[in-house]
Design a protein around this ligand. Sequence first.
Ligand SMILES: [Fe+2]
Length: 314
Amino acid sequence: MAVLRIGHINIRVMDMETALHHYENVVGLKRIHEDSDGNVYFKGWDEWDKYSVILTEADSPGMNHIAYKVRNDADLDYYKDRIREYGITVEEVPPGTLYAVGRALKFNLPSGHEMYLYAEKEFVGTDVGSTNPEPWPDGLKGAGAHWLDHALLMCELDPEKGVNKVAESTQFMIDVLEFYLVEQVTVGPDGDIQAASWLSTSNTPHDIAFVGGPVMGFHHCAFFLDSWDDVLKAADVMAKNNVKMDVTPQRHGITRGYTIYFFDPSGNRNKTFAGLGYLAQPDRPVTTWTEDQLGSGIFYHTGELNEAFTTVYT
Ligand SMILES: [Fe+2]
């Protein structure tokens, strides 16, 4: 039984026209479908399932839901029981409720974020196919993102009130969905408050991450690029398109990834993530970052956390 990877994310945008330009011409995703409600679907060129990003026009930015793909249909029954036994309400969603997706499970993480699990999404193949493929396709736009890599969700954290949705959601992902903890940040006078976590269900350093903040929200979703050179080029593309960058090309201490934080026109934070970081394994010792080194964990070169990191999110 296994959760394979992040499947898609549904992001709220306040103006569809500018959002389409951003995700198509800056991030470099392919627009593949618009449904009768006006939701627009995108995929990265290196993804083989039909889509990984859904944009929904709304009055406020943020994330509607995040979805993960499991290996087969029986896994849905397995996880449905586990989620229910953990005390979380889980709903069966009929095939086709999510566009081009089979039956799914819908539930909320302890943090409140809405999550789906599904086993089937329409297969369309990558843009280079799977027979004698070229390394990349012609006609890529913008940063030419390969795939949706991961998301970071903000969870309510208020130690004085005994609220720690980071720890609760992390435990749920481990105990129920069988992710494993790769890295964490611990804070507080005794260093025993888990204020952030990075969890994997594959061999990448993270398939989902949680960071504590005053209220729950959406911190960022990340799109994969090959190399540092691609990160630099992506930043050039952003500058050419007047995209607001939160942090220009930089290395994370945590996960060792090469990164840019930037915003879509509605204020949703996006990220490019390049380089493997390292090969994560379930038996790898958990890396812990202490409160005094948190700046280096997030932005390794400056060692300083910009204030926006924990205060600006949707
Ligand atoms: Fe990230």
